[in-house]
Ligand binder design. Structure first.
Ligand code: SF4
Ligand code: SF4
Length: 334
């Protein structure tokens, strides 16, 4: 019999056998303020704990997005789709989820429900971002993506709901990874203006209980779709016309109808991938966020010439990653 606690055995299994980069546990009381239908107990009655974990996005996949936007090499952009967004990370999470859920059930005798990952599913799912923050893996950035000290926003998250009552990990206190009152990088690099500038009182607020409050911007998701689905001529593979007026300021969902009709024609399908539509053609707010040792990973290695200094108030260099998590790297299983 193992001398390790049940929690430690689960974490070790997820980090090694399931090839995940971080893992944490949230107690069910952290979801008391979840919206109706988005509480873990809405999916698993009697859920007591949430085990969340992440797969980091390889720097090589980020390189593909950098080449697309810094060198107009849009023909390599699919590497990001496959290895950084839709494909491999989600399958790593999916398979890890399946193995981990079986392990938790065998170890505890309780129910463990694996959650699906990204577009590899056809059903409703809980917010992996909120589960990850509740389990202490990271904090929200202004871009609404969860930042980890090790990888910034360049992670994908998965989770298991279980009726096993497990000891929770602390939420990530300490220095805020994102100082959105000073840093404006994600707002400024967003091509559609989907990320608003910081205004006091206009943040989205999430209450995890016991004083753990997280804030992030109220993104205009319809504007975000304009870029992510490749509706500008520079960003769709044919590149011969704009699917949507590039200067539109307040797009409505109905205005996407023409683009969906365009994609519906076999000769116009602008992707050759197992997803109903492209959703990976932007990501600027993810690739240029300085948290997670951006400078060391990309600029110092000469794979990005982006200079974020101009978008950070009162900071002489891209040095937002003051809390860069180097001490936490023992958890990293590549
Ligand atoms: S993915 Fe692109 S369009 Fe969407 S919010 Fe981020 S930067 Fe803006
Ligand atoms: S780019 Fe700056 S403001 Fe945006 S999430 Fe990252 S640290 Fe926060």
């Amino acid at each position: 019999m193992s001398k390790l606690s049940v929690e430690q055995q689960i974490k070790d299994f997820i980090l090694t056998e399931c090839h995940q980069n971080k893992v944490g546990i949230a107690s069910i009381d952290r979801f008391n303020s979840s919206p109706k239908g988005m509480h873990p107990c809405d999916v698993l009655p009697g859920c007591q704990s949430v085990i969340a974990f992440c797969t980091r996005v390889p720097d090589g996949a980020i390189n593909a997005t950098l080449r697309a936007y810094e060198n107009n090499k849009f023909n390599v952009h699919g590497q990001y789709a496959l290895f950084g967004y839709v494909g491999s990370p989600n399958y790593n999470l999916l398979w890890g989820n399946y193995k981990a859920a079986r392990f938790v059930e065998k170890l505890t005798g309780e129910i463990a429900v694996p959650q699906t990952a990204g577009p590899t599913h056809g059903m409703a799912m809980l917010s992996m971002r909120h589960l990850a923050v509740a389990a202490g893996l990271g904090q929200f950035g202004w871009n609404s993506i969860v930042l980890t000290p090790e990888f910034g926003p360049r992670n994908r998250f998965g989770a298991i709901l279980t009726t096993a009552k497990l000891a929770a990990d602390p939420m990530m206190d300490g220095p805020r990874l994102c100082d959105y009152k000073k840093c404006h990088i994600c707002e400024k690099v967003c091509p559609t203006g989907a990320i608003p500038p910081y205004r006091p009182g206009q943040e989205r607020i999430v209450d995890f209980g016991e004083g753990h409050i997280e804030k992030y911007s109220c993104i205009n998701w319809t504007k975000c779709k304009l870029a992510c689905e490749g509706d500008y001529k520079d960003w769709n593979i044919n590149g011969d016309f704009d699917l949507i007026d590039p200067v539109i300021t307040n797009p409505l969902n109905e205005e996407f109808v023409q683009t969906q009709q365009w994609r519906g024609k076999p000769e116009n399908v602008d992707m050759h991938f197992y997803q109903h539509t492209t959703t990976w053609k932007c990501g600027n707010c993810m690739q240029y966020c300085p948290v997670g040792r951006w400078k060391e990973r990309y600029r110092d290695k000469n794979i990005s010439s982006f200079d974020g200094n101009q978008y950070i108030d009162g900071v002489p260099d891209v040095s937002m990653d003051v809390y860069n998590g180097k001490d936490n790297f023992s958890n990293e299983y590549e």
